[in-house]
Design a protein around this ligand. Structure first.
Ligand code: GAR
Length: 193
């Protein structure tokens, strides 16, 4: 039996691409059954369409309460009956309304080590600290999302990534992204294979 994955992505979707590639080459015993984005322009949606995978744009309406959007999103995800919901560059905070109604375990990719740099721009903040001489390593992690905590929850896999004041932000960002692609696929292999 292969795992059913629903991927939530707001942006470029390089991590989604890594998952889809691992599925199509049977490295990962899973299928991406749908990709959902809160952003109609997300490259992730086009990547899904190119791979023949259902791509759903579910944008938050003007004035819509977060809890109402989260209920709609949970219902949309639940119709695919996924084994796992993967947040791969999902840039909206999810409330208990989503987690209580989605009916499947949710896992998140965070571009920093467990307990560090929660929220947005984690890569930029890690690099800025390295430039000030305050940091020599950052990392990436994949974790379960049990509650509304931001980038917290039981860790499935993590990796340390060196950073130095000599790195350009571009170099460091590239290193983090490459590490993330492998980490996320490895974590899903642990769960699905
Ligand atoms: C990744 O670096 C991911 O860790 C980060 O967004 C990027 C998405 O890249 N997620 C967060 O910061 C969530 N807090 P992608 O769209 O190319 O996969």
């Amino acid at each position: 039996m292969t795992g059913r994955l629903v991927v939530l992505a707001s942006g470029t979707g390089t991590n989604l691409q890594a998952i889809m590639d691992a599925c199509s080459t049977n490295v990962l015993a899973a299928d991406v059954v749908a990709v959902i984005s809160n952003n109609g322009d997300a490259r992730a949606l086009q990547r899904a369409r190119d791979a023949g995978i259902e791509a759903v744009c579910l944008e938050k309406e003007q004035g819509e309460l977060r809890r109402d959007y989260d209920t709609r999103l949970a219902a949309c995800v639940a119709q695919y009956v996924p084994d796992y919901v993967v947040l791969a560059g999902w840039m909206l905070l999810l409330s208990a309304n989503f987690l209580d109604h989605v009916g499947s375990p949710v896992i998140n990719l965070h571009p920093a080590l467990p307990g560090e740099l929660p929220g947005v721009n984690s890569i930029e903040r890690a690099h800025a600290e390295a430039v000030l001489g305050e940091r020599v390593r950052s990392g990436a992690m994949v974790h379960f999302v049990p509650d509304e905590g931001v980038d917290t929850g039981p860790v499935i896999a993590s990796v340390e990534i060196a950073v130095s004041a000599q790195d350009s932000l571009e170099e460091f960002t590239k290193r983090v992204h490459e590490a993330e692609h492998k980490l996320l696929v490895d974590a899903l292999i642990q769960l699905c294979n």
